[in-house]
Design a protein around this ligand. Sequence first.
Ligand code: PLP
Length: 373
Amino acid sequence: MDEREVEALRKVVASGWVTQGPEVAAFEREFAEYVGAPFACAVSSCTAALHLALLAVGIRGGDEVITVSHSFIATANSIRHAGGVPVFVDIDPETYNLNPALLEGAITERTRAILCVHQIGMPCNLAAILTVARRHGLPVIEDAACAVGSEIRREARWERIGKPHGDIACFSFHPRKLLTTGDGGMLTTASREYDAQFRLWRQHGMSIPPSVRHDARNVVFESYECVGYNYRMTDLQAAVGRMQLTRLPEILERRRNLAARYAELLKDLPRVRPPREPEWARSNWQSYCVRLPPDADQRRIMQALLDQGVATRRGVMCAHREPAYRTGGWRAGSTLVESERAQDQCILLPLYHQMSAEEQNYVVAALKRCLSL
Ligand SMILES: *Cc1c(COP(=O)(O)O)cnc(C)c1O
């Protein structure tokens, strides 16, 4: 962010309309157009978006939702918020995404939905997931928290994640992601009914939004149609989001170049496995996940890198290994060995669009030194 976001914020403050107003409406229109979705509804976070998506497809107490444990904990938590039971299936060790071959075996008579994740920006195998889902009449929600700008190929066309290809896609605008509003989220869908439901829920179930009352020539009283939530996005956030959206193409191009360059440099380290895009997928490279050799000590290597000034992160977490999930509330739909292995063997290398070629060379040289210690 720079002066352009500051200027966008200044205008909103000066306008006096600071939440759920014209900036939010404009951000929704522009985001919908960018991902190619008929409807987009802005909310306070991706966790809020996932919660509403699960409620919209009808998840209630005890319903099973198939997902991955190998994800940020909000994925599993959102199912719990809706009263559902997460059923974890393992990942494909190449893409770190849900392994569609395990899906069918996890389905029971209590299964009500599939929540798939485009982990760290790498699209999951939607074609295979949707085939199984359609066969069993299950709705598909996409956790696209990390996937703004990622694409998949359908027939001969490249389409952005969020179209959506499932029934609903949920995005995050936390600073960890490519496009940030500080905090924030978005739901995209092709269903007018879902979209109307999200709008009601995000604002306490209020029948007439303030924007409509504000413009009314006659006195109108709102009513409260259901027990809703406060999941609003502010106009301050939306103004920043609109500015960030205009920067996105440049950020994506830069990250794709850096990722391609990492792949070249890492050819020099044959024991380290770089990430690979399936031929039908284009990542936004939100994170660059490499797999260390099986005999390498992840923590020691991360520390040795840090000692050389290189900050890394461990592989994506597994929810089922956290204290919050130790006492149950979930079910294993398959073994989770690949999920655990990915968490323990992978590290995320630094990747940011301002990164220089020299910095990238330095990271790879430092990793090489660490591995030969
Ligand atoms: C960041 C993230 C979330 C949560 O997003 P918030 O906007 O922080 O609620 C959910 N799922 C995944 C995969 C994420 O990476």
